[in-house]
Design a protein around this ligand. Sequence first.
Ligand code: CMP
Length: 140
Amino acid sequence: MATNRTFTMIKPEAVAKGYTGKITDMIIEAGFTIKAMKLKQLSKEAAGEFYAVHSERPFYGELVDYMSGGPIVAMILEKDNAVADFRALIGATDPAEAAEGTIRKAYATSKGENAVHGSDSDENAEIESNFHFSAEEIVG
Ligand code: CMP
């Protein structure tokens, strides 16, 4: 995968509150192109595997329960400097620290229920994209 792509999930609380369209609008208005997109229910096993890097953290169990507690919307996004620009668009993990104009400032409720995920590196963007999408599901 080219390094101009990143991976995101709109998380269960944001999907349940009906924010999928508004968040997707913010993503498109910020200049990202959607290359793949699906609504998906994660099993506990899948959520645990996706967040395995955090398995030693005290919030891991809570994170897995939360991420498997309702549907998410997974997307692959394309833009120059995609990983860094998307992290800037979503804002800080803790919405109390997220800047004005960011997705988390607008739609997140807490550090755990923080509306969206964004890959933290090109390498993880590729791993996370491949976790959720087959090659046939990615456009272009
Ligand atoms: P995300 O970007 O999806 O990657 C790891 C997630 O762990 C993070 O967003 C948060 O949702 C979650 N997380 C990080 N820190 C905490 C915390 N202190 N308490 C609960 N969840 C957290």
